[in-house]
Write a protein that binds this ligand. Structure first.
Ligand code: HSE
Length: 326
């Protein structure tokens, strides 16, 4: 039977998701309503599907699944929680909301029967949460080292490879739809930190809420001559997110690092993201793909939809030690 969707937001990611649905013949779904903030903006869909009333979607018993793709973390929290409480499956890409409520989100996976999936919240098109929940389930992960913000990486590549100024490169990242509506989230490293908090939960089962303990540094903290110096020495500056587990303790940080050509992340350029997972049996594996952009991020949303329809759910505290005690 056709599943009925309610969509929140119609920005970059939502339009990418919509486009994937238009060309996909596998999924038996239809979008009934799209809730937006502002009716005045031009939309390339039948105006009749749009509403500005969230309750029209959340209270509609015909809607089975809510796809929440807004950029408003507070609104997202209310939408997701209300929809799950009403028994609807939910898909979101709102990394800020998920990271800021990670302790509560973890309980939702158990409390609600309906799935709550958010692959698109972390590293755009890279299916990293699915892999952590499935492939890596039988292993201990010791570290994650990653490039998790497409805009920052794009800016640094444009500056290094094409000599653009920081401001011009940022403007391009905005024009291409990579940056957040508030780009300070990208540049400050916060966007990458939100994604790292989500990864840390799914990789280690650890819930990080005390951000005072986290090292977070913006790429703008660096002096201009630093870029020149790095380039002249064949090095690159990249904003790198790291989560390490040692002696049962997990520490995380996001900061610009100077890396050389032996580094797994050296060749990752422009809006690409990469995640290096070090796990007990498989050893190091690197996942690379587009970390931002309408269609790549939309591809993670449509895959979540397919998983949700097949009954897939994330688990609460997915990762207590899997090793046998001696
Ligand atoms: N602004 C984000 C980035 C979008 O540049 O990575 C994808 O989460």
């Amino acid at each position: 039977m056709t599943k009925v969707l309610g969509l929140f937001g119609f920005g970059e990611v939502a339009r990418g998701f919509y486009q994937t649905l238009q060309t996909n013949s596998h999924l038996d779904v239809r979008i009934k309503s799209v809730c937006i903030k502002n009716r005045e903006k031009l939309r390339d869909l039948d105006p009749a599907v749009f509403t500005t009333e969230a309750s029209e979607l959340l209270n509609d018993p015909e809607i089975d699944i809510i796809v929440e793709l807004t950029d408003d973390a507070e609104a997202s929290y209310e939408i997701v929680k209300t929809a799950l409480t009403a028994g609807k499956g939910v898909i979101s890409a709102n990394k800020k909301m998920i990271a800021e409520h990670i302790d509560e989100v973890a309980t939702w996976h158990e409390q609600f029967e309906a799935p709550f999936l958010y692959e698109a919240a972390v590293a755009g098109s890279i299916p990293i949460l699915h892999n952590l929940e499935q492939f890596f389930k039988q292993q201990e992960i010791s570290s994650i080292r990653a490039i998790l913000n497409g805009s920052t990486n794009y800016i640094l590549s444009k500056m290094r490879e094409e000599g653009l100024s920081f401001e011009d490169a940022l403007q391009l990242a905005q024009d291409k739809g990579f940056a957040e509506s508030d780009p300070t989230l990208d540049i400050s490293g916060k966007d990458a930190l939100y994604k790292l908090i989500i990864l840390t939960y799914h990789a280690f089962g650890d819930i990080i809420t005390d951000l005072q303990q986290v090292r977070l540094e913006a790429i703008t903290n660096m002096e201009d001559h630093f870029y020149e110096m790095a380039k002249s020495q064949g090095l690159k500056i990249k904003s790198i997110a790291t989560a390490t587990r040692k002696n049962g303790k997990t520490s995380i940080k996001v900061q610009p690092e100077l890396i050389n050509s032996n580094d797994d992340l050296f060749e990752i350029e422009y809006e690409n993201n990469a995640i290096v997972i070090d796990a007990s049996y498989s050893g190091k594996q690197t996942f690379i793909g587009k970390g931002a952009g309408s269609l790549p991020t939309g591809s993670a949303v449509i895959n979540d939809l397919s998983l949700l329809l097949s009954g897939f759910k994330y688990k609460k505290h997915p990762r207590k030690s899997i090793l046998k005690s001696a």
